[in-house]
Design a protein around this ligand. Structure first.
Ligand SMILES: [Zn+2]
Length: 100
């Protein structure tokens, strides 16, 4: 069974996640060593059609993530950022040299 990439909602109050299987089948179809037009993508050479497919896949996954992210209110995001800022300040204070 191929692996997957898990995308998790960054809000601590939310347990949403999306598991995206590795696109091994897409790469197998779109990689073509004899293609006239090649472009490098993550160290691999892909045809223009392959790049378009990869782009479409990325946009599809981004759409899934965006659809979830938009279910949260601005207030929820601001509350999370504020909490993180507090934790960051505490962490910085903990590692800062004492007596300065
Ligand atoms: Zn969420």
């Amino acid at each position: 069974m191929p692996g997957f990439t898990r995308y998790e909602c960054p809000l601590r109050t939310c347990e949403w996640h999306h598991n995206e299987p590795f696109p091994t089948d897409i790469l197998a179809i779109t990689l073509h060593p004899d293609a006239a037009t090649l472009a490098e993508c993550n160290g691999e050479y892909m045809t223009a059609a392959g790049l378009m497919t990869a782009r479409a896949e990325r946009q599809r996954v981004e759409g899934i993530i965006r659809a979830h992210v938009e279910t949260h209110s601005v207030e929820e995001w601001m509350r999370e950022v504020q909490t993180l800022r507090g934790e960051l300040a505490e962490a910085r204070a903990a590692v800062a040299p004492q007596g300065i």
